[in-house]
Ligand binder design. Sequence first.
Ligand SMILES: [Zn+2]
Ligand SMILES: [Zn+2]
Length: 116
Amino acid sequence: MIETQAEPEHIAISKSKGIQIDWKDGHHSEYSLGYLRDECPCAVCTGAHGTEPEKTNYSAPAPSNPFQLYKPTLKMLNVEAVGHYAIGIDWSDGHSSGIYSFDHLRKICRCAQCKA
Ligand SMILES: [Zn+2]
Ligand SMILES: [Zn+2]
């Protein structure tokens, strides 16, 4: 028996807004697009291969620098199940190597209860 594994009961996906998950234990999580992209668990974004992490900051407020290039609106192009334990997200910025395991998603839940 695996007690710690996070299991979703229902996943609601909006490609322009984000993902909401109702967990089997009754917990509810909401993830905005920018937040999910910033929390991409792949080796490139986290620097798992000993390289510099290429962290994005989509969830950060827009910079006030007028010379900053306009940041295109982030969207999910495609979301698909990866086995029974994860989802893979294809981002509009060309990134698609992130596999979001349900354990990871549960860990990065931002609700008041999880942040406490
Ligand atoms: Zn990534
Ligand atoms: Zn939570």
